[in-house]
Design a protein. Structure first.
Length: 492
C-alpha cells in the first residue's frame, strides 16, 4: 500500500469512526471518547508509517523526496481530529464570570488547517530561498511575514516549540488525544530538516525573526562559554517533557519570552523577561534560539542528516574569511591548519576514557534525579496544595489563635479546599499519585542530563579534518548572511 493510499485509508476510517460517534447521540459519551482515542491511535500509526518511509528514502532521488514531502503533508491534512478539553472549567452556579484570559481560543478546524498549509508553504519557500535561490533578502522578507502571521496574527500559538509538550502529554496520558494540527506543527519542521536543514529557523520561526530584527551590534561569545550555554536547551527540553508528561504544566508556554509581545499584553514578569531577551538579542545573535530553545535542540540532531545542506560558496573556497565576519552566530567552522600535527593515539585514549565515563555520568544523574524528585514535584499544584493543607493541619492552637488575632486570612488554596468540602485524604492521595510520577520521571530526567553532558564531552574530543570554511551542519540557522560575503558567487 502506497503512502497516499494509506493516508486515504486513514481518512475513510476516521470518517467512519466520527459518523458512528455522532449516531450514538449525546447520551453515549463513552463511545465518543473511545472513538477519539481510536482516531488518536490511527494518527500515531499513520505518522510513524510516513516518517519510516521518509527516513528510508532520504538518500534517494530528489524527485522522490519531494513526492514524499507532499504525501506527508497531504496525510497530515487528511487525518480528522477534534480537540477536547483536558481540564474542563468547573460549573459555577453563583453568577461567577470567568475572567478574560491572555491565551487565544482554539481555532476553527478550517482555519487551523489553513495555518498548517501556511506553515508548509513557508517551509517550502524557505527551502527554495536558502538552497537554490540563495537570497538573503528573500529569507529576510519571509521572516518578516512569519513574524507577522505566526507571531502577531496567530499570537504565537500553536507553534512547533510548544507542541513538544502536547506530544509528550499524549505519549504519557492515554486520555489526551493529540490534535492533528498540533502534531503537524511538531512534525513538519523536523521533516523539512531531514531534507533541507534548519529552514524553519531561517525564516519561518517568529521567535527567531523577532531577534533577527533587533540584532544591531553582534558580539561573539568565547568558545568555552558558548559550549556551556549550549547545554541549556537540552536540559530545558528534558524539563519540559517531564512536566508535560506528568500533567503538571506546559513549561515552554509559561516561559515563552515573546508571547506577551505577540498578544500585546501579559503578566509583568513575562514582559520584563521578553524585554531582557530582546535587549540581549541586540548584541548576541539569536540568544534564545542558541542557548534556550528546546526545539532547536531537536533540529540540531536532525539537520546534520539533511540531504541538501547550506553551503557558503557554490564554487571552490578561497579562504578569504569574509564569511566568518558575516556570521553573527559563530557557526562557521574553520579549515584545519596544515602545520597542525595530530596525535591520534592520545586522542583515542581520551575518547575511550570518555566512553567509560558516560555510563557513570548517566548513573550519577539518575541518582541525583531520584533524590531531587520531591523538589521537582513541588511545581505541581496538587503537591503544593497538599503541603499547604498539611501545614495548616499541624499548626498549634496558639499559632491559630495568634493568626486570628492578627487578622491573617487563610490562603486561597486552603479556602477552596474547605469550600468544596474536599476530604483531606483525597488531597493527599492526589499529591501522592503525582509524586510517584516524579519518582519515575526524576531519575530519567537526571539520567538525560548526564547523557547530554557525556555526549557533549565526547563530541568535543572528536577531531574532524576540514579543508574549507563551512557552516556548522547542526548549529547553522540558514540565515543566508554569508552568501553575500562570498567572493565566489554568493548572492544577496
Amino acid at each position: 500500500m502506497g503512502i497516499l493510499d494509506f493516508g486515504f485509508w486513514i481518512l475513510d476510517s476516521g470518517r467512519e469512526s466520527t459518523t458512528e460517534a455522532r449516531k450514538s447521540g449525546n447520551t453515549e459519551g463513552d463511545n465518543r471518547e473511545g472513538a477519539k482515542r481510536a482516531k488518536a491511535r490511527k494518527v500515531t500509526q499513520a505518522v510513524v508509517e510516513v516518517l519510516s518511509s521518509i527516513l528510508s528514502c532520504v538518500q534517494g532521488g530528489g524527485r522522490r523526496s519531494v513526492k514524499l514531502l507532499l504525501s506527508a503533508f497531504c496525510l497530515l491534512l487528511a487525518l480528522p481530529a477534534s480537540a477536547i478539553e483536558h481540564f474542563p472549567p468547573p460549573d459555577f452556579t453563583n453568577g461567577y464570570t470567568l475572567p478574560t484570559t491572555t491565551t487565544p481560543p482554539p481555532r476553527a478546524d478550517l482555519f487551523a488547517y489553513i495555518d498548517v498549509g501556511v506553515l508548509f508553504a513557508a517551509l517550502l519557500l524557505a527551502s527554495y530561498l536558502v538552497l537554490w535561490k540563495r537570497s538573503r533578502r528573500g529569507i529576510a522578507a519571509l521572516a518578516i511575514f512569519s513574524l507577522a502571521y505566526f507571531g502577531f496574527y496567530r499570537h504565537g500559538c500553536v507553534c512547533p516549540i510548544g507542541s513538544i509538550q502536547n506530544v509528550s502529554l499524549s505519549l504519557a496520558d492515554s486520555s489526551y488525544a493529540l490534535p492533528v494540527v498540533v502534531g503537524a506543527f511538531f512534525l513538519l519542521p523536523l521533516v523539512f530538516a531531514l531534507f533541507a536543514g534548519r529552514v524553519f529557523c531561517a525564516a519561518v520561526c517568529p521567535l527567531g525573526a523577532a531577534q533577527d530584527i533587533v540584532l544591531l551590534r553582534p558580539l561573539k561569545a568565547p568558545g568555552w562559554l558558548a559550549h556551556c550555554l549550549g547545554l541549556i536547551p537540552w536540559v530545558y527540553l528534558g524539563a519540559a517533557v517531564l512536566y508535560a508528561a506528568t500533567g503538571t504544566t506546559f513549561l515552554i508556554c509559561h516561559y515563552d519570552p515573546f508571547v506577551a509581545f505577540f498578544r500585546l499584553g501579559g503578566q509583568m514578569n513575562l514582559l520584563i523577561y521578553g524585554a531582557v531577551m530582546l535587549l540581549l538579542a541586540v548584541f548576541v545573535g539569536r540568544v534564545y534560539c542558541r542557548f534556550l530553545c528546546p526545539y532547536g535542540a531537536l533540529l540540531r540532531l536532525i539537520s546534520p542528516l539533511a540531504k541538501w545542506r547550506v553551503t557558503i560558496t557554490p564554487d571552490d573556497c578561497v579562504r578569504c574569511r569574509l564569511c566568518e565576519d558575516a556570521c553573527p552566530f559563530d557557526q562557521i567552522t574553520y579549515p584545519t591548519p596544515r602545520d597542525v600535527s595530530i596525535n591520534r593515539e592520545e586522542g583515542k585514549g581520551h575518547l575511550a576514557m570518555l566512553l567509560v565515563l558516560l555510563p557513570v555520568l548517566i548513573a550519577i544523574g539518575a541518582g541525583l534525579g531520584y533524590l531531587g524528585s520531591g523538589t521537582l514535584a513541588t511545581l505541581d499544584p496538587k503537591v503544593r496544595i497538599a503541603r499547604m493543607v498539611w501545614v495548616e493541619d499541624h499548626k498549634t492552637a496558639e499559632q491559630k489563635a495568634a493568626e486570628q488575632a492578627a487578622g491573617v486570612k487563610p490562603l486561597l488554596e486552603i479556602e477552596a479546599v474547605r469550600k468544596h468540602d474536599t476530604p483531606k485524604e483525597e488531597v493527599y492521595l492526589d499529591a501522592l499519585a503525582v509524586t510517584r510520577k516524579f519518582g519515575i520521571g526524576g531519575p530519567i530526567f537526571g539520567a538525560w542530563i548526564g547523557l547530554v553532558i557525556g555526549l557533549k564531552l565526547i563530541g568535543l574530543s572528536i577531531f574532524r579534518k576540514r579543508t574549507d570554511y563551512e557552516p556548522d551542519s547542526a548549529g547553522c540557522v540558514a540565515c543566508g548572511r554569508c552568501y553575500g560575503s562570498c567572493r565566489r558567487g554568493g548572492k544577496t
